[in-house]
Design a protein around this ligand. Sequence first.
Ligand code: 5AD
Ligand code: SF4
Length: 440
Amino acid sequence: MADPKKLFIKTYGCQMNVYDSERMAEAMGGAGYETTDSPDDADMILLNTCHIREKAAEKVYSELGRFKGLKAEKPDLKIGVAGCVAQAEGEEIMRRQPLVDLVVGPQAYHRLPEMEEKTRQGAKALDTDFPEEDKFEKLKGRSKAKRAPAAFLTVQEGCDKFCAFCVVPYTRGAEVSRPAERVLSEARELVDRGVREITLLGQNVNAYHGAGENGGTWSLADLIWKLNEIDGLERIRFTTSHPNDMQDDLIAAHGECAKLMPYLHLPVQSGSDKILKRMNRSHTAESYLRLIERIRAARPDLLLSGDFIVGFPEETEEDFQATMDLIREVKYGQAYSFKYSTRPGTPAAERPLVDDAEASDRLQRLQALLSEQQRDVQNGMVGREVSVLLEREGREAGQMVGKSEYLHSVHLQANGHQIGDIVRVKITQSMANSLTGALI
Ligand code: 5AD
Ligand code: SF4
């Protein structure tokens, strides 16, 4: 048998891209490739890209430029661009950077082996279709190799919400849910390969409405309850959600479903009703706060996470203060915040920008508040007992690192326990970005 060829994949952006990169690696495994951690010994380099903000998209071109020398040394090296920049800019990428051999959109990557074959014959390959067939089914079951204990599983893709700032409805297309049985069989396969925690992924995951048994439609809560029955699967998470799709059954599941972890990422973006309206969010600050109250009533220890944009067109200091007020009221345990970035083709791109220095200053103030809250929540864990799923060895002898129910990283002396074990731990110390604990 010929030596396997080497594939180097670099992943940018969200967790869905992480999942997609794994699937692409498996697809290329069928075409005689194995993955490598170094671009230098690769026969094929694939950048799985993100288009969400301008900086993310620009990174792709600077990264591609860096492969010039490598390609000159190794003319057989194939370079591909996948993901959302591929979808959004397609042919433009090949024009701007002639060393690119292959461009594949997020809906077409099951066709990657054929495309690679085409580039081996000296042609360029581009596919940014939204085909009818289920790419995940085409890619299923290719590998039986053991997996890390925590895995992602895409259940839904695309978005119909059209927030005024966001490219996702254009790059990932309309909302599509995978049929429940396919999700369940993939989950069982993951568990057979050693997975104990599954994070269900979707750009709008709580809008999940997949075909269920007997012609019915399943909600995300229905799916979670069924996953809850899988022996060996111990933890379920999901991300990312929209406030308007937080249905009663999903809220209730947070209180009743034993394997559903007490962590929820629920982006609000802004606390100003004027800005929320212009963002086309279809909720108000007040309705978001009342929703949080209901979710916390179901699961009082829930750790909340959010996304925020500052400097959205026409945001005033008063609007910004409304966001700060909302943050003070919610108290987030985790958060992601961004300065508004104009995305061509989105409705907000037409609106007047906030002064850049002002936007940067707001971002700094917002991040200071969020960091303080995260620290408080983390410090509040000291003295508490948590469960930790051990994910890797630590730096010190005998030390292991894992995640608590609340997604905090926890370091501990693991006394003979193994990766994949779930252990009870008492938290002893709060560090900058993690916790330290001791086995109970
Ligand atoms: N500018 C800044 N942040 C953005 N996000 C999405 N689009 C933009 C944009 N144009 C942020 C939102 C979203 C997260 C994934 O990225 O907060 O929830
Ligand atoms: Fe980036 Fe959004 Fe695409 Fe994920 S879906 S890779 S965050 S643009």
